[in-house]
Design a protein around this ligand. Sequence first.
Ligand SMILES: [Zn+2]
Length: 60
Amino acid sequence: MANWCENCDRPEEGEVCAVCGAAMVEPVVEGVPWRWRFFIVASVIYLGWRIYQIISWIVH
Ligand SMILES: [Zn+2]
């Protein structure tokens, strides 16, 4: 599996990037941003639900 140079945004077969000379690291699955997005969406849904409960409690 090819490495990925984040500086050049291109795959690199060798240990060092042929374009910028940066040392290659293991290909990283972009799981952190996805988890962050999920966390933010979950927080917004939770807060919306709490606000809805508070509003309905005040109205009734
Ligand atoms: Zn590079």
